[in-house]
Design a protein around this ligand. Structure first.
Ligand code: OXD
Ligand code: MN
Length: 624
């Protein structure tokens, strides 16, 4: 096997591989080289020359185009390949395993057979890139080494910006390494270098083999193995080992002479990155966190070291940190933005005038361009992205690479909810928080996934798309995690999308969230009181008013407070009905406690309604 591999990949690449003493790795690489049949193989050992080779190849191969600012490049995905393909992303499970209706699965034998047929000779005439990475900080209890095989230099390049180097981790761990494996092929590409056969787009996650396959797609959410694909493997592993893999940001909130770390779960395109990038605070991560119980304390790491961020709406006023990094020299891949004639990137919601022409995901573009259905083609795709290493940001938290992670002081859940939840609220305790804030999370769909936007969907912990165990079992794991802690972090909900009942206008400005996080930080240390409502603990007006003044220089009015923090009883009751129905029908392994806690909340709401009516002013609770 080894000699065959040596002949196949060439001496230089073989020398790099041979420093790793891991027969399982050799078997895996040998098998997929044989099957995919690339013309050449490039193994990266993370050296500056290897990293530069991949970067240069993206330009030569036409997968990326150089922009005017040094280090900036742009990449396009095919029309129809600009979001996560939920329909063709399946967990492969043996016949006897049932994950439930909410999780998209496929029979393992059939899935493996199909994907191996698709992969056969798929890299013929192409170069295969083999790279090593580490999920989580290296040399840590959190580390998971990974190997990625891909014929896309764009995917290899993106991962280089997003993940920590892993070659040395493989060398260090040798035969004992427990590692994840990824095989990706973009398949045949057209003249614009985008995947041609989207009908054969498949993303299959083999939990037993700890391999993820991805074919005929380029969009990062479908191809960057270490992102949402590895997440399914890690959720499965974590559930067996008693830790958590969550769709969460990690950030330091700077309180009075202290920093308190928060994690926060939000569905895609619901403000997770803009929260992690709040001006005045520090970022550890914006997307995926591992949480472990270390001596009774919840500690979290960012699985990544970069950001695959949504660019729509980023402007100099609301997002000064991103704005600065996106306009400075440094390695950034823009995807599905508009390339202007001056070779700069433009996107929906950016400052400045709309350029008169350029190139975007639809080809040559002018502002009057219409699609086949007569709909205006926007300058950039709503899910256009930028890929960047976090060290290009001024607000990077020094704990990013700490092998023991950060202590979690608070956990936040938030969705796109126009009519039910107040802007910020603390749960009564861990169980109440996991159930009513996490497990009951609903959100309106966005452009981050293919399909209709704006439909209210159930999304427990914002993690439904990535679950690889039954929903009820996953919720139970979350409940258990808190029980094992000496001091469980407080759990909060936020809602950035609440609208006025009469006018339909948003009740909050984009930056109001700065205040909510400062308030939560104070609550984490019991520095301010709160008002008890049927759904949780809300801020007092007199605590928010000075925070609005200090942080945003705004005069926060009683009228605004009352509108934002009013309990909407009918909407809350309707939400409980919807959620209960899901946990009684679609989810079949619901923990008993979940329905009990929802019922208690329903009773509290009904009782409050008797005395205070349908729409309850926060003052009513203070008087009681
Ligand atoms: C992401 C997503 O890209 O969740 O982070 O879609
Ligand atoms: Mn995400």
């Amino acid at each position: 096997m080894e000699n065959k591999l040596r002949a196949r990949i060439g001496e230089e690449s073989y020398q790099k591989l041979s420093k790793i003493n891991n027969p399982a790795l050799f078997d895996f690489i040998g098998k997929y080289i044989e099957l995919c049949n690339p013309a050449t193989v490039f193994v990266s050992n993370d050296s500056p020359e290897d990293v530069a080779y991949i970067r240069e190849t993206t330009l030569k191969a036409g997968e990326e185009k150089a922009l005017a600012i040094s280090g900036h490049t742009a990449h396009f995905d095919a029309a129809g390949d600009q979001g996560r393909d939920k329909e063709h992303t399946n967990i492969l499970v043996p016949k006897e395993v049932v994950l439930g209706e909410a999780i998209s699965t496929r029979d393992r034998d059939h899935g493996l057979q199909e994907i191996h047929e698709i992969l056969k000779d798929m890299m013929k005439g192409k170069e295969l890139f083999i790279s090593f990475f580490c999920l989580g900080p290296t040399n840590s209890e959190f580390s998971i080494p990974c190997v990625q095989l891909t014929d896309s230099s764009y995917v290899a390049h993106s991962e280089r910006l997003l993940y920590r180097d892993g070659y040395e981790e493989f060398v260090r761990q040798g035969a004992s390494a427990h590692f994840y494996k990824f095989v990706h092929s973009q398949g045949e590409v057209d003249a614009r270098k985008v995947s041609k056969h989207l009908d054969k787009r498949r993303i299959y996650i083999d939990l037993d083999g700890e391999i993820v396959f991805s074919t005929n797609t380029q969009y990062g959410g479908n191809t960057i193995g270490l992102k949402k694909l590895a997440m399914r493997l890690a959720i499965n592993q974590a559930s067996k080992e008693g830790w958590l893999t969550e769709h969460m940001l990690v950030m330091g909130i700077h309180g009075p002479n202290r920093v308190t770390y928060f994690t926060g779960a939000f569905p895609s395109l619901c403000g997770k990155t803009s929260t992690a990038m709040l001006d005045g605070e520090t970022i550890v991560g914006d997307d995926i966190a591992y949480l472990r119980n270390k001596n009774g304390v919840a500690r979290a790491v960012n699985v990544e070291k970069g950001m695959f961020g949504i660019i729509q709406g980023i402007n100099s006023k609301d997002d000064p940190l991103q704005w600065k990094a996106l306009h400075n020299p440094g390695e950034i891949i823009f995807s599905n933005v508009l390339i202007t004639p001056e070779k700069s990137a433009h996107w929906i919601g950016r400052d400045g005038n709309l350029p008169p022409k350029g190139e975007n995901f639809s080809g040559e573009w002018t502002p009057d361009k219409k699609d086949a259905k007569g709909k205006a083609v926007p300058c950039s795709h709503p899910n256009a992205r930028f890929t960047i290493s976090l060290d290009l940001f001024d607000n990077l938290d020094p704990a990013l690479h700490d092998p023991s992670g950060v202590e979690v002081g608070g956990i936040v859940y938030g969705g796109r909810d126009s009519d039910t939840c107040v802007p910020v609220e603390e749960s009564f305790d861990w169980t109440h928080g996991i159930i009513t804030k996490g497990a009951a999370l609903e959100s309106e769909t966005t452009a981050a996934t293919l399909g209709q936007e704006g439909v209210r969907e159930f999304n427990p912990m914002s993690n439904l798309d990535f679950l690889s165990l039954p929903v009820g079992a996953y919720i139970q794991k979350n409940l258990d995690f808190g029980k094992g802690l000496k001091k469980a972090p407080k759990i909060f909900s936020v809602n950035y999308f609440l609208r006025d009942r009469e006018t339909g206008k948003f009740l909050n400005e984009k930056n109001d969230k700065k205040v909510w996080y400062k308030w939560m930080e104070l609550r984490a240390h019991h520095d301010v009181d709160a008002i008890k409502t049927p759904t949780g603990l809300i801020p007092k007006y007199e605590d928010l008013k000075p925070l609005f003044k200090q942080i945003l220089n705004m005069d926060y009015t009683v009228a605004a407070y009352k509108k934002q923090f009013m309990t909407r009883v009918p909407e809350n009751l309707a939400k409980i009905d919807r959620i209960k129905k899901i946990y009684e029908t679609i989810v079949t392994d619901t923990p008993k406690i979940l329905l009990e806690v929802l019922e208690e909340q329903r009773q509290r709401l009904l009782k409050a309604k008797e005395t205070c009516g349908d729409y309850i002013d926060p003052e009513a609770y203070e008087q009681n």
